[in-house]
Design a protein around this ligand. Structure first.
Ligand code: AMP
Length: 223
């Protein structure tokens, strides 16, 4: 179902809460454009742009990219989308970013994935990848046949630079101190909807039902 009015949504949740998977389902089901700040930054790093090179160490250390840089990057992409329905993923991550977004657009819905930190830590730190192919393993539920080696090539597996236990802890801390206040910001505006659970497949039907309703309901001030 593609909304016939412009619908602007934000998905929030700690790193590893399943935002990427859920975003893909939302965009496939409801036809919103997906814009992920993490993907945008990683694309810059891969393309070795000046900004990507500058931001890489920040990201690898689990720190947030400065608000001004991040807001400029995302808001210029949003402008390029024109009057399109979109889903923002990974932005805003601070109240300053939320305020910058608010100056240009009003957000219709903020969906918040509330997944316990313990579940997330386990998920992220047990994720190993084969760099050349992008194959992803999880020591707990999708382990390689031989520990530490890719099933197909036998080459060593590595962890994402920011998936090590130390960096995951820092990323979760940044989430608590910088991003949780954003939830409060949207709660006070009456647009926050929280979905709690430990499994994406169990959260998804509730979220889908919520968006079904939301996208069918007439909204004020939109044509
Ligand atoms: P993600 O893939 O969303 O977990 O983002 C990976 C990393 O990119 C984060 O740990 C931050 O260093 C950086 N990043 C992504 N989005 C933002 C944002 N909105 N503000 C600041 N830093 C960000």
């Amino acid at each position: 179902m593609v909304p016939h009015t412009v619908f602007r949504a934000v998905i929030m949740g700690p790193p590893g809460s399943g935002k990427g998977t859920v975003s893909a389902r939302i965009t496939a089901t409801f036809g919103l454009k997906h814009l992920s700040s993490g993907d945008l930054l990683r694309a810059n790093i891969k393309a070795k742009t000046e900004l990507g090179l500058l931001m890489k160490s920040c990201i690898d250390q689990g720190h947030l990219v400065p608000d001004g840089v991040m807001s400029r990057l995302i808001l210029s992409d949003l402008r390029g989308l024109g009057r399109t329905s979109w889903l923002l993923d990974g932005f805003p991550r601070t109240v300053a970013q939320a305020e910058a977004l608010d100056k240009l657009y009003s957000v219709d819905s903020v969906v918040n994935l509330d997944v316990p930190f313990q579940t997330i830590k386990q998920r992220l730190t047990s994720r190993w990848i084969h760099l050349a192919s992008g194959r992803v393993y999880n020591i707990d539920f999708n382990p390689p046949k031989v520990a530490g080696l890719d099933d197909v090539t036998g080459e060593p597996l590595v962890q994402r630079d920011d998936d090590t236990p130390e960096t995951v802890t820092l990323r979760l801390k940044a989430y608590q101190t910088k991003t949780e206040p954003v939830l409060e910001y949207y709660r006070s505006k009456g647009v926050l909807e929280t979905f709690s659970g430990t499994e994406t497949n169990k959260i998804w039907p509730h979220l889908r039902a919520f968006l079904d309703k939301k996208l069918l309901a007439p909204r004020e001030g939109v044509a």
